[in-house]
Design a protein around this ligand. Structure first.
Ligand code: FES
Length: 150
């Protein structure tokens, strides 16, 4: 075995070990959202935009397109950890194609945790950040709409 084969084997083994560690702490659903995040994108000219910074200093941005009071499209961005991406992916899937009232009743940190089969304690605030950001976007849309009626 030459040096580059050694290095490749080392990298492969390391990757395997990391994945094994991750599997001990995160459910298969969580790992799937981590490896294939849904709606992890910026939407140009969204109907609603919200940005929230969590207590850890990480931020999440949410972009929504609305059609007939339904979330027709949504996307998110974050400068946070991998778990924030998992939670943004879950929460946008929950809200997508739902009416504003349905979406508001569905998105919460508890619901994200339920879908993910829980998260390690230090990551629970990542679910709270994702839920808070989308709830802010939905609430802003609602208050803009109600405000426009008066
Ligand atoms: Fe800050 Fe996950 S959101 S560590």
């Amino acid at each position: 075995m030459n040096k580059s084969d050694d290095l490749e084997k080392f990298a492969h083994d390391l990757q395997k070990q990391i994945l094994e560690q991750i599997k001990k702490q995160y459910s298969e659903v969580a790992i799937d959202h981590w490896q294939n995040p849904r709606n992890f994108k910026r939407i140009e000219n969204p109907d609603v935009y919200a940005k929230v910074t969590g207590p850890c200093g990480d931020s999440m941005e949410m972009f929504l397109q609305m059609k007939d009071d339904t979330v027709s499209e949504c996307g998110f961005q974050t400068d946070g950890c991998g778990t924030t991406i998992i939670c943004g992916s879950v929460v946008t899937e929950l809200a997508k194609k739902k009416s504003i009232t349905q979406a508001l009743s569905l998105v919460s940190a508890d619901r994200i945790l339920e879908i993910l089969g829980g998260l390690p304690d230090p990551d629970v605030h990542c679910a709270q950040l994702a839920a808070e950001t989308i709830r802010k976007a939905l609430a802003d849309y609602l208050s803009r709409k109600t405000g426009a009626k008066h």
